[in-house]
Design a protein around this ligand. Sequence first.
Ligand code: ARG
Length: 456
Amino acid sequence: MRGPGRFDQPLDPLVAAFNASIGFDRELLPYDLAGSRAHVRMLTKVGLVTPQEGELLLGGLDRIEQEWQEGQFNPGVDQEDIHSAVENHLTQQLGAVGKKLHTARSRNDQVATDLRLYTLDHSGRIIGHLTTLMGVLLALAQKHVETLIPAYTHLQRAQPVSLAHHWLAYFEMFDRDRARLTDCIERMNILPLGSGALAGTTLPIDRAYTAALLGFRAPCENSLDGVSDRDFVVELLSALSLIMAHLSRLSEELILWSSREFGFIQLTDRCATGSSLMPQKKNPDVPELIRGKSGRVYGHLMGMLTVLKSLPLAYNKDLQEDKEPLFDTVRTVETCLEIMTLFLTEGFTLDTARLAQAVEEDYSNATDAADYLVRKGLPFREAYYIVGALVRSSLANGKLLKDLSLREWQTFHPLFEADIYEAISPKQVVSARNSYGGTGFAQVREALARAQARLG
Ligand code: ARG
């Protein structure tokens, strides 16, 4: 924004284009209009504009919103940014009255306000997307309490678990993401407007009134901080980065599960893609893209931290660089949450026969053979060595534990009896893990009920 009073040379076109944010900050328009409406009402309340002027200004802002919705409001780079574009357009429409809009306001406190309104709005939307996704995970879990799946440590078969338990692990991650966003909102929900350019204003404004009109918890305490704080952007980018980490981990598992090596799921035609060369291919592009997009989100977090580093108080134009990473991150995360919800709903079918076979074909019941001896009084470490030797000998003979004869079991320890077979069957192995938060069916059913209550 350059007034005719101060400059007599036009701006170099290259500088104008470089300086302008209008190419991307138009995304802030609805929030800018909301902020301006509240500002006008406050100016009217304190008598800085007359009620008639206030009505004219509010009408003009409504018209801009309508023109925008109809695609008629398309400011170009000559407008520098969305704030100047709205003010100039209002003045074109209304004449002198339009020039009163910017009373007791700077673009510095204005853009900080717009950005907080934007982040508040989208944080709420993302909490909504997370809740929908959690609902889908919960529904999947409810269907699969007694479906067993190998669980891994070090990507080596460890112990089988209820598939519901696996889905509920992701439910926990996304629930923490909701809580993190709710916590970020606490600090986001503070109004910078009224900070002026940096020092406040000489005019008799009522910041508490503006805050109440816009639904902010309170006006910010310090005007220098008000115009220069972007901690809430970093906090949001950080919370969204963790959402991407969770989506990416889930994606990775789905990708692995869809491979022939695992074969736990089959991709549906609606959500899978093909290869341009290999006719047999069915590719998990959807979870791969989600996994890949975590990269740009983490990059934006790093970028924003770097923009803020060493910035002196108060506003600096560097802060204009907050918008593109923020908007891109929010768009990316919202899309990825929606796509993951779709993918979990209709992206694959479970190969239950393969899963049932998978939990039978390994030594992931070895801990249970050791626990069997512990229940008969052996110290755990002793039982652990005995079963280790059992596994080694079985491997050498190409047998699974369930294939050993009772005589073979007993050569390793006389405490083994005929009920060992039941004790190491996958179903028993899973259902017996009934410690709180464990995968035992009774525990999982209770966890499902608690999860349902938390989801609301
Ligand atoms: N487009 C600017 C931004 O995004 C708005 C604030 C401009 N303030 C200023 N003093 N030049 O940060």
